[in-house]
Design a protein around this ligand. Structure first.
Ligand SMILES: Nc1nc2c(ncn2[C@@H]2O[C@H](COP(=O)(O)OP(=O)(O)OP(=O)(O)O)[C@@H](O)[C@H]2O)c(=O)[nH]1
Ligand SMILES: [Mg+2]
Length: 325
């Protein structure tokens, strides 16, 4: 049984619609990885969260250190994870987090019930804190195996690729992409000495907008550059349409601060409109300094008490929390 070096799927030459397909079993990369890497062609995998969750259950049996990776816009999802291993919490993609935010304050505000022994921010693209990450991995590991886990698209494989490049002679490159479920199974990587880092397929975050939009929309939703918060003064009974993805009706005037990809346009309407009225509508009464979290997309911070109605596909989960910032 040989696994694809890019995604971890078991290589097979029988069914080209299934994962791990290669025309020739001597190849080391499956056709899907080859196409993602060479043609930027993204073929969605058959998503199977049950299998991914079972991997997490198996990891739990080991009590090995888990490097739990999240990105800034998806921190809320961590509260739903269940695993008892010691956790090194990593807030990844530092280049996307607003530069002037106090990192330590941000890290300390991440709420989880997990056994978090330490937390840090890293950046794979800008080589930020990677030495520190490796030294913490060595400090906290409970065996020679360390798992890298988290939700899909958090940046796990990109981070491991950077560790391989910076700290080993290994030439392996794991496939990465903007699409959910790029990594399909466990991938073991020898890093230094007998330290093995194991990449895992990201969990599918139920209720996340990224599982429910086209590739075109996905490219706008996932930020590519530093997120610059947008502050808008909203008058009573004003409507906003954001990225042509959802609608907000603000019933009580306030300043709102948007933490989302800046590629999403915010349009304001001062009169009644009918757009998005067929989507499900949810109403929230929010105090000042709360976040309205749109799963997978980002969050909107209130600065005064307000009332907001949101029209968005009912597949997308909306939460409120005390503001992260
Ligand atoms: N700007 C920026 N983008 C990043 C960084 N790390 C990862 N990305 C991007 O985030 C997307 C997802 O990265 P992956 O490494 O494939 O994510 P993953 O967590 O392995 O995803 P799955 O395999 O689906 O679980 C890709 O488009 C990466 O280029 C980073 O440090 N900065
Ligand atoms: Mg991956």
């Amino acid at each position: 049984m040989t696994k694809c070096l890019g995604c971890g799927a078991v290589l097979q030459n029988e069914d080209n619609t299934k994962e791990g397909y290669v025309s020739d079993l001597t190849m080391t990369l499956c056709e899907r990885c080859f196409r993602i890497r060479n043609y930027g062609e993204y073929k969605s995998a058959l998503k199977n969260n049950e299998y991914y969750l079972s991997i997490l259950k198996d990891i739990e049996k080991t009590n090995d250190l888990v490097v739990l990776v999240t990105d800034f816009l998806n921190i809320a999802s961590l509260s739903e994870l269940k695993i008892s291993n010691p956790i090194l919490l990593v807030l990844a993609k530092r280049d996307l987090i607003p530069r002037n935010l106090d990192e330590n304050k941000l890290l300390s505000k991440i709420k989880t019930k997990l056994n978090v022994i330490d937390r840090l921010t890293v950046g794979s693209l800008n080589n930020y804190n990677l030495d520190l990450l490796l030294s913490k991995i060595n400090q906290y590991k409970t065996s020679n195996k360390v798992y890298v886990a988290g939700y899909t698209n958090a940046g796990k494989s990109t981070l491991i690729n950077k560790l391989i490049k910076n700290y080993s002679d290994n030439k392996q490159v794991i496939t990465t992409s903007i699409l959910p479920s790029t990594t399909l199974d466990l991938i073991e990587v020898k890093l230094q000495g007998d330290l093995t880092i194991i990449d895992t397929p990201g969990l599918l975050d139920e209720g996340s907008i990224i599982l429910n939009v086209t590739e075109k929309a996905l490219k706008k939703i996932l930020p590519k550059k530093e997120i610059k918060p947008i502050v808008l003064q909203i008058k009573t009974n004003q409507t906003l349409i954001i990225g042509d993805l959802f609608r907000l009706d603000v019933k009580k005037g306030t300043n709102l601060i948007f933490y989302l990809s800046n590629a999403l346009k915010i349009e304001r309407y001062y009169n009644e409109i009918t757009k998005f009225q067929n989507e499900s509508c949810r109403a929230f009464v929010l105090k000042a300094n709360f976040d309205l979290v749109i799963k997978g997309l980002g969050f909107i911070k209130t600065t005064n008490d307000t009332e907001i109605k949101i029209y968005i596909s009912d597949k997308v989960k909306i939460d409120i929390r005390e503001s992260l910032i």
